[in-house]
Design a binder for this molecule. Structure first.
Ligand code: HEM
Ligand code: HEM
Length: 189
């Protein structure tokens, strides 16, 4: 049965044309944020490999915080863009589409929520937050209760769950492209 797409045209369900891609802004933001997310893990990895209290360790944490705040700003812009612009219809059965929507919603939540938890993690330890040379002093001072909450929200377990979510997202994109040949990956490139 033909169904209206988010673009306003009529298409047979699950057989959307590959021309219905994301716009330039959505694509640029998607790939910039995806690259920055890789940067978040790399900067954290470099920080944890540097000696405790060393200038290198502080530098890598500052880089981590600066890039993370950039992720937040871009994700906020991306979210607002998404609210005000149509996205192409997702391919597949209802269950598949709902799963993809839930996955995308979780990715938005992660790119907006994790930076906030990161600010909390720095500040609740009494430390300043750095944004490309600009320093914002801790609003909370040392706060054990807050620290244990944001320590969990911005900790290893949640970060590994994000990695699993991204892996699932990438595998889904590759599956669409190479098994289903429905052009899903192409419309984000
Ligand atoms: C999407 C954005 C972000 C991602 C994916 C991310 C990722 C990570 C990861 C993987 C860790 C190591 C967690 C652990 O093993 O305990 C970490 C730690 C940390 N992150 Fe982030 N981060 C992000 C944004 C931020 C932001 C915006 C800030 C602060 C402004 C921040 C501050 C911190 C701090 C203070 C730590 C702990 C460092 C330490 O142990 O001394 N992060 N982050
Ligand atoms: C190599 C890595 C990645 C690939 C190949 C990829 C691929 C794609 C593709 C093909 C779509 C479009 C899906 C569709 O048309 O139904 C998409 C959407 C999306 N991706 Fe990725 N992605 C990658 C990494 C990431 C990362 C790291 C994030 C965020 C942490 C992310 C967040 C999103 C979100 C939120 C959407 C939904 C966009 C919307 O409809 O508003 N992606 N991705």
């Amino acid at each position: 049965m033909p169904i209206p797409t988010h673009e306003g045209g009529l298409h047979e369900q699950g057989k959307l044309g590959v021309d219905q891609g994301y716009g330039g802004v959505a694509r640029a933001l998607h790939w910039t944020i995806a690259t920055l997310i890789a940067g978040m893990y790399i900067t954290d990895w470099m920080r944890s490999g540097a000696g405790r209290g060393s200038p290198e360790r502080i530098w890598w944490l500052s880089a981590h915080e600066s890039l993370g705040l950039l992720v937040f700003a871009l994700s906020l812009g991306r979210f607002l863009w998404r609210l005000t612009h149509r996205a192409p219809l997702i391919h597949g059965t209802l269950l598949l589409r709902r799963t993809a929507e839930a996955g995308h919603a979780l990715l938005y939540l992660a790119t907006l929520g994790l930076p906030l938890a990161g600010i909390g993690r720095a500040m609740s330890g009494g430390a300043d937050v750095v944004f490309f040379g600009l320093t914002v002093p801790s609003w909370t001072g040392r706060n054990e209760v807050l620290s244990s909450i944001v320590g969990f929200l911005h900790g290893g377990l949640v970060m590994n769950l994000l990695l699993a979510l991204i892996a699932g997202h990438v595998l889904a994109a590759l599956w669409h492209q190479f098994v289903h040949h429905d052009g899903t990956l192409r419309r984000m490139i």
